[in-house]
Design a protein around this ligand. Structure first.
Ligand code: TXA
Ligand code: MG
Length: 320
């Protein structure tokens, strides 16, 4: 495994070639780092599951370089889905659509629908374009963390998470810290009314304002690993209520003072910064071997709501 920090054109070409040869390439997106494989190769995709330690029936998002390629992977796309793609791609939005024949069971977890996204990050887009030049159709990429753990938002964190599981031909591309910091918004577009499966930085309000489309929350039966009980979890226990004690990690908005003896892990000035710093802050708690991290949830709608979604899932218990 090689980690490459200067992602020149040549490096991106080399990475595209590595993917085409069946290797894994971890790469930055604007949300979190993804662990990529050729979405057409059952063998390459199976390695994603091994490296992540993820159950095989969990579907993967297919990344493409342009919304024009959406038709390769999906059929019977409703008007509202095309509108969402037009408005928000490239960007942190994943659409769940009825799958085409190209989207095999090993991508969709056996479901008849597929997740598709165009990321807004130059290294990711460069990699997708080069890969497509080599005949690739898309890159399957989950977040580059071990199953249930915190998504990495830096190349170093990616290496810490999965470096030990990668092989000789695999690569990690370093594209610096992810701009958004939490995973994409996922919208299921397979029924007459679109529903949010995972909230993200593209909020319901933004979608309504830009497209007039009203979404409903749906935490239904669809298999989405983000809906499992324990997810986005660092090794430290995360508490959302209660006071920080000396030696505990502490994350809260900048205007909240650090309790005496607590280790301040982040002091964001706004919710965007909260999302941007959150996963590295949790990880820094683990790097410092802290056993507990107290997080004061950000207030308000939109992105704050998406952050709370992740934090509620990452926390196990309420400290009494
Ligand atoms: O921001 C992101 O979406 C990142 C970057 C790398 O693009 N990717 C990501 O992938 O978060 P992952 O696999 O960690 O989370 C994707 C979620 C999973 O919960 C998965 O179950 C769900 O999307 N998903 C993917 N395809 C699906 C499908 N066909 N039907 C329902 N849920 C799906
Ligand atoms: Mg994930």
């Amino acid at each position: 495994m090689e980690i490459i920090s200067n992602c020149t054109e040549d490096v991106i070409k080399k990475a595209a070639r590595a993917l085409k040869d069946g290797n894994l390439v971890a790469f930055p997106t604007e949300t979190v780092y993804g662990l990529g494989a050729d979405a057409m190769s059952k063998k390459a995709v199976s390695r994603i599951y091994q490296v992540k330690g993820r159950p095989v029936d969990h579907p993967l998002i297919v990344h493409i370089s342009s919304r024009n390629l959406i038709h390769n992977w999906s059929i019977e796309i409703p008007e509202f889905a095309l509108k969402l793609a037009e408005e928000f791609w490239p960007g942190p939005l994943t659409l769940i659509l009825k799958r085409s024949d190209l989207a095999k069971d090993f991508i969709t977890g056996g479901q008849d629908k597929v997740g598709v996204r165009v990321p807004a990050q130059p290294v990711a887009l460069g990699l997708l374009r080069e890969f497509e030049k080599l005949g690739g159709m898309g890159i399957a990429a989950p977040s580059a963390n071990r199953f249930g753990a915190v998504s990495p938002t830096t190349a170093v964190a990616t290496q810490e998470e999965i470096g030990a599981y990668l092989g000789a031909g695999d690569l990690i591309l370093d594209g610096s810290k992810c701009a958004v910091g939490i995973e994409s918004t996922i919208i299921d577009c397979t029924s007459s009314h679109p529903t949010v499966l995972r909230p993200g930085s593209i909020t319901l309000e933004m979608i309504k304002n830009f497209t007039g489309i009203k979404l409903s929350h749906h935490m239904g039966q669809t298999k989405a690993s983000g809906l499992l009980e324990s997810h986005y979890s660092p090794k430290a226990r995360v508490f959302l209520f209660g006071n920080a004690e000396p030696g505990d990690g502490f994350i809260a908005m900048a205007d909240v003072p650090t309790p005496e003896g607590a280790v301040r892990l982040a002091a964001p000035k706004n919710v965007e910064q909260f999302a941007h710093e959150l996963y590295e802050a949790l990880r820094n708690g683990d790097r410092a071997n802290l056993s507990s991290i107290i997080v004061n949830l950000p207030e308000g709608g939109g992105l704050a709501e998406s952050i709370r979604d992740r934090l509620v899932k990452s926390s196990h218990q309420i400290r009494s």
